[in-house]
Design a protein around this ligand. Structure first.
Ligand SMILES: [Zn+2]
Ligand SMILES: [Zn+2]
Length: 187
């Protein structure tokens, strides 16, 4: 499905911005400050914004000649798992949004790809694709609980920093193993 496919937008949806109050006169400004629940799957496999968690929208909508420029920040909390030791990670995230949405049937609409420039649908803007892109770019693909996390012991799977420095697993020498079998037979 293309990124800005013309699906019918619901003006009550939390990540849909309604520009009816914004005059279509270059320079006109409106601010949007609201807290909305995060959509599902906002993030990457190991780390992301939990579904339903608060997303703080602090945005500026500005009329430009061919459309509306949306800029500002979205912040929220992220939860994930350390890629080495699997410990839970909690953090906060603020992403910057700066995205132009062209009016339907404007020159920009006719001369650009929907992948380059977003589109208004009537008076509505779907912020979700731009938000998803920004969040995914801001998150680490391999999140770590700390930079020098030593990870897990490959033998027993326990977190290495919970174990003594001399932690090791005895490898039974095959010669001793057969010896111990001998002694067992004698018993
Ligand atoms: Zn870790
Ligand atoms: Zn171990």
């Amino acid at each position: 499905m293309p990124k800005h496919s013309p699906i019918h937008l619901d003006p009550r949806s939390p990540l849909v911005l309604d520009t009816r109050e914004l005059p279509r006169r270059p320079g006109a400004l409106r601010t949007v400050k609201r807290v909305v629940p995060a959509p599902a799957d906002l993030g990457l496999e190991l780390i992301g914004v939990p579904e339903g968690a608060d997303l703080d929208l602090d945005l500026r909508l500005e009329s430009v000649s061919e459309g509306v420029l949306v800029s500002g920040t979205v912040s929220g909390s992220v939860q994930g798992e350390c890629g080495r030791c699997l410990r839970a990670i909690g953090d906060s995230l603020t992403v910057t949004i700066q995205e132009l949405y062209a009016y339907e049937n404007s020159t920009t609409d006719e001369t650009t790809d929907e992948d380059e420039v977003g589109r208004l649908q009537g008076d509505l803007i779907d912020l979700e694709p731009a938000l998803r892109d920004a969040v995914v770019l801001a998150l680490p693909t391999n999140p770590l609980c700390r930079d020098d996390c030593p990870g897990l012991c490959p033998e027993c799977g326990v977190q290495l920093d919970e174990l003594p420095a001399d932690h090791s697993h005895q490898q039974i020498d095959p010669r001793w193993a057969s010896l111990s079998q001998l002694t067992r037979k004698e018993e």
